[in-house]
Design a protein around this ligand. Structure first.
Ligand code: ZN
Ligand code: ZN
Length: 116
């Protein structure tokens, strides 16, 4: 057991160190979280739990908003004409693919420029 007191409860012995910020925390203040992406279990303090929840929410919204936009536009096009709808549905991945490709090429160019 680490000999330090909890950052939230001065006087109480720390039970662990937070894997997020390294702060010593008591048993009441530490929670074990399993990362959704890496499947790694982490001991986190309350502040880091709140931070990771906010990050997860931001990722979810970041994925949800474009999804709603794309799907509602698809419905609008299908409503106008099935041909337009299908054209739109097929062109959307192409559009985002081209965008991703451009972004990737720019990054490669930047790295090349840095390398000399
Ligand atoms: Zn922390
Ligand atoms: Zn505590």
């Amino acid at each position: 057991m680490p000999k330090a007191s909890c950052v939230y409860h001065p006087g109480r012995d720390a039970a662990a160190f937070c894997d997020g910020c390294g702060a010593p925390v008591c048993a009441d203040c530490v929670s074990v979280r399993v990362s959704y992406f890496s499947r790694v279990a982490q001991k986190l303090c309350n502040a880091c739990i709140a931070k990771s929840d906010a990050k997860a929410a931001a990722i979810l919204i970041g994925a949800f908003v474009p999804f709603v936009l794309v799907s509602s536009l698809a419905w609008a096009f299908f409503f106008l004409s099935p041909l337009l709808g299908w054209l739109y549905l097929f062109s959307t991945p192409l559009f985002f693919g081209a965008l991703a490709l451009r972004y990737y090429r720019r990054r490669v160019e930047k790295i090349k420029a840095k390398a000399g």
